[in-house]
Write a protein that binds this ligand. Structure first.
Ligand SMILES: *Cc1c(COP(=O)(O)O)cnc(C)c1O
Length: 461
């Protein structure tokens, strides 16, 4: 165990040595990080003893909730038995084989193979290598180009951040890498509402942006399209139901590979094992991470459908790609225990038939609040949009940072909800109960009321 220190001592050492991800180091150093010390179920406790409802499942990953002994035991046993061995030189370990088999069993039809990585970003790097290799093997080496979406999130490595559509990330480090371009996201509020389109009509319009981009590039040059079934980090953007089936039709028409980044949507988050099942499409490849181990230990990878797997296996020769931790035995043992627990607890059905619909119903009532312009969910992901004027839908100026004001009131009142611009988003652990959803809603309403009062004081509403 790490000896305890005071909050201030932790903060001082943190500021002195630890460069946090996606953080303004100087600003955090001045303010001091919040130190999280322990957790159970959907609750966190910080170093000041405050109990916090974690409505973000850590970072979209702790699907089975904190403190599950089965996962701890799986890791401990595997650490004792065999803490590490690689899978490079014609060797394998039982946990990696068994997890690959278990993933194939829960994957949609046609997925029988898995390539393991250490994270979602690495999984997407693998996707880039794999789809380009696939087209080489098909005798179409000019098919190198990958299309993705603005405001999509696919990780933070060179390829992951390039596939992602976060302009502020591209601005640092010379991204995107060559051979990647972006189309607008299927966000009705931003691109369809003002045009007077119904959500369903807008879904078709947004999907056809893919067709336009394929034709602009020349279909013979396009390798793949990648997207999150429901965009997570971009602000829980739930696409219209018409969107993905039309994307599928377009991908098939031009023969390009379809990649679902299931890093958030996978493992029950949307009420099916895979977000692509909820959204009604059949990808060729699926990236996974986060929920595969419920975040207890790092693991990611790619589920490889028959079309690509057959080419790689039958014609490919050596695939010159892999990671030291591809198939890490401890991570895979935890992944196996996690899948077993999801099944034993019936969490996919729990989301689909019980808490998912209940959250949808409760979340929709937020639209009565004077600050909320729109509120929507998909399974256990949800977003509400804070607006200045509900009648016109007019928003606040981005530089006012109203989402961050609201987030401050959440943090101050025992609730972790994330702000993406003025979209306030949640993705609670899948083990959440109806009574806990009630508690969550109570805390969300309180944070909204405090935010409204705060904005009145500032004269912003
Ligand atoms: C988090 C995330 C990633 C990146 O995963 P890391 O484990 O942080 O590398 C990729 N895609 C999606 C959709 C994600 O949400």
């Amino acid at each position: 165990m790490i000896p305890t220190r005071s909050t201030q001592a932790w903060q001082a050492a943190d500021a002195a040595h630890f460069l946090h991800p996606f953080t303004d180091f100087k600003a955090l150093g001045a303010q001091g990080a919040r130190i999280i010390e322990r957790a159970d179920n959907i609750w966190l406790w910080d170093s000041e003893g405050q109990q916090i409802l974690d409505a973000m499942s850590g970072l979209w990953c702790v699907n089975v909730g904190y403190g599950q002994p089965a996962l701890v035991e799986a890791a401990t046993e595997q650490l004792r038995q065999l803490p590490f061995y690689n899978a490079f030189f014609q060797t394998a370990t039982p946990p990696a084989i068994a997890l690959a088999e278990a993933l194939a069993a829960i994957a949609p039809p046609g997925f029988q193979h898995v390539f393991f990585a250490g994270s979602g970003s690495e999984g997407n790097d693998t996707v880039v290598r794999m789809v380009r290799r696939y087209w080489d093997l098909q005798g179409q080496p000019q098919r190198q180009h990958i299309i993705s979406r603005w405001n999509g999130y696919h990780g933070s490595t060179m390829a992951g951040a390039s596939l992602g559509g976060m302009r502020y990330m591209h601005a640092q480090g010379g991204l995107p890498i060559p051979g990647i371009s972006h189309i607008p996201q299927p966000y009705w509020w931003e691109h369809g509402r003002a045009q007077g389109l119904s959500r369903e009509d807008f879904g078709l319009v947004a999907a056809r942006w893919l067709e336009d981009e394929i034709l602009r590039l020349g279909p013979e040059n396009v390798a793949a399209f990648i997207g999150e079934p429901v965009q997570g980090a971009g602000g829980v953007i739930v696409p219209p139901a018409s969107y993905w089936p039309e994307i599928q039709r377009i991908a098939e028409r031009y023969g390009i590979l379809l990649v679902a980044d299931e890093v958030i949507c996978g493992f029950g988050r949307t009420g099916q094992w895979w977000g692509s099942q909820t959204q009604g499409f059949r990808p060729d490849l699926m990236t996974f991470a986060k929920g595969v181990t419920s975040g207890y230990i790092p693991l990611g990878g790619v589920l490889v459908g028959e079309r690509v797997a057959t080419a790689l296996i039958e014609q490919g020769g050596e695939f010159e790609h892999g990671y030291t931790y591809s198939g890490h035995p401890v991570a895979c043992a935890v992944g196996l225990a996690n899948l077993k627990l999801i099944q034993e607890l019936g969490l996919v059905e729990h989301v689909r038939e019980d808490v998912g619909p209940y959250l949808a119903e409760q979340f929709a009532t937020l639209k009565d609040h004077p600050l909320v312009g729109d509120a929507e969910t998909c399974g256990l992901m949800g977003a509400m949009l804070l607006v200045k004027d509900r009648a016109t839908g007019a928003g606040f100026a981005p530089e006012q940072g109203v989402g961050m004001v609201c987030r401050g009131h959440c943090f101050g009142n025992g609730l972790i909800m994330r702000a993406v611009g003025d979209r306030m988003i949640i993705a609670p652990p899948l083990v959440i109960t109806r009574a806990q959803v009630d508690e969550l809603m109570h805390r969300i309403r309180r944070a909204l009321d405090l935010t409204l009062a705060d904005l009145h004081r500032r004269g912003w509403v």
